[in-house]
Design a binder for this molecule. Structure first.
Ligand code: NAG
Length: 185
């Protein structure tokens, strides 16, 4: 009887301590944001379409190899590539793709890309979309995840479909068509 009482006392005590620590944890580290949650339910879905110009050749490249051997496993390239409305290089610039890609497959058939599309046009001026994923660039259409965004693209989730529009074997320059489907705040 006494042991039972002692047991139930210590149980209630640990429950109280647990709830106190839960309250403290919730208050300090995380809490549900009902305000943001209700706004978040009104997600918009946007479809963005543009062309990515990866210029590795010439006097003013927008993609530079910073590590590894050219076209070999480990080759790492930093980019600040223009994004344009149409496929021609003179087409209107709507933003830039800034980030890094690395040849991450031993057979050289895939890149891991970590980049941000920073937009410069219209209502998306100053907003950005972050992309992180594997690009099996020999495939006709590659899918990359949208992992986040800023500005108009807060809470972004979605995917990007990349399709090579033009690739010049001699120079290595490429134009890639992007269709981005993004749910955001
Ligand atoms: C985008 O925003 C920047 C900074 O506010 C501004 O200087 C620029 O003119 C804007 N561009 C367009 C196309 O609206």
């Amino acid at each position: 009887m006494r042991t039972l009482l002692a047991l139930s006392l210590s149980l209630s005590l640990s429950l109280i301590l647990l709830s106190i620590s839960a309250i403290l944890t919730n208050a300090k580290f995380s809490e549900q944001s009902l305000e943001l949650q209700s706004a978040h339910r009104a997600d918009k879905v946007s479809h963005l379409h543009f062309y990515f110009h990866d210029v590795v050749s010439g006097k003013d490249p927008t993609a530079i190899v910073v590590a590894g051997k050219r076209n070999a496993f480990g080759m790492t390239t930093i980019i600040d590539d223009p994004l344009t409305e149409g496929p021609e290089p003179e087409s209107r610039v709507v933003g830039r793709a800034q980030g890094v890609y690395t040849l991450s497959a031993k057979d050289g058939a895939a890149l891991v890309m970590a980049m941000t599309f920073v937009f410069k046009e219209g209502k998306y001026n100053g907003s950005s979309i972050s992309i992180l994923g594997s690009n099996q660039y020999l495939e006709a259409v590659r899918e990359l995840p949208v992992v986040g965004g800023t500005g108009a693209f807060r809470f972004a989730r979605g995917y990007a479909l990349a399709k090579t529009n033009k690739f010049v074997v001699r120079t290595g320059d490429a134009v890639v068509e992007y269709n981005v489907f993004v749910m955001h705040h």
